[in-house]
Design a protein around this ligand. Sequence first.
Ligand code: NAI
Length: 327
Amino acid sequence: MKSPVRVAVTGAAGQIGYSLLFRIASGEMLGKDQPVILQMLELPMEKAQAALKGVMMELEDCAFPLLAGMVGTDDAEVAFKDADIALLVGARPRGPGMERKDLLLENAKIFTAQGAALNKVASRDVKVLVVGNPANTNAYIAMKSAPELKAKNFTAMLRLDHNRALSQLANKADVAVGDIKKLVVWGNHSPTMYPDYRFATVNGASLKDKVNDADWNANEFIPKVGKRGAAIIEARGLSSAASAANAAIDHIRDWVLGSNGDWVTMGVPSDGSYGIPEGIIYGVPVTTENGEYTRVQGLEIDEFSRKAMDKTLAELEEEREGVAHLL
Ligand code: NAI
């Protein structure tokens, strides 16, 4: 039996946590032969801690053979101790009358503290996925607050956007989702993101040529993927949770176990390519192998794409400026 991997999950008693933890414990994220220890963080408030306790009771009741241990805590340094993987899901939601700027600052406080705690106690190779919004900038803040950890291991979740785009494309082209390769979603996890199907293939042939509908791309596909989160809230009265947890599983699974040559979208600190300033956490296409991701380089960026990529970049630069004084 392999030795257990320590997986820290914040916001463990929230909606996404409830869809996520059981799948991690069942082996869907790291493999059916990989034991895990779940290290769960929640706010210190009585209600949150009680809910966390309930989740842990249910995890226990599943008798997962791969669940080698559990920790529930309100202390980030306990949750992140020796963590190999950290899923930062918990974040401050937007309250009534709260401006976007206030939301950014409230979350900046959380992610500077959690970055510092990771820096202090996590495995030196910890792989971090930030799900809590604003995910890209929260990941940037955590990365900047953890100078002794590998900056490249701080990532933000754009996989839900990637998966949403895959399904929209499969519907439009009437092909199977699994046959679509080489899709990318550039930029920020926000409505400014740019789902780009120019390089996508279906069974090796160009998907763009098959669809052949520039109007659909600009006026239906791109806005629909961008606004999908809002559409789910409108329909369900709650934000996406099961699909977000599923995307988090996909992101980490591919990062750890490999993407078998396919492109996946990850929000990663820029290396300066594609005109994205270094360090900005931006959704790009990557391939993954042996626990490492490699950017897909050298893609041609046409005028339409440049504009879309610059728009989402401008938003990220603005967010970065808004928190600069805290870092
Ligand atoms: P939720 O409100 O149901 O759960 C969040 C949980 O985090 C709560 O239990 C809360 O007590 C906890 N929490 C808050 N601050 C914390 C802290 N500092 N430390 C530890 N725990 C903390 O929210 P839900 O639906 O689970 O969503 C979580 C986050 O994920 C939200 O920020 C949401 O916007 C984001 N999200 C991101 C997506 C993406 O694609 N990147 C997709 C969907 C949601």
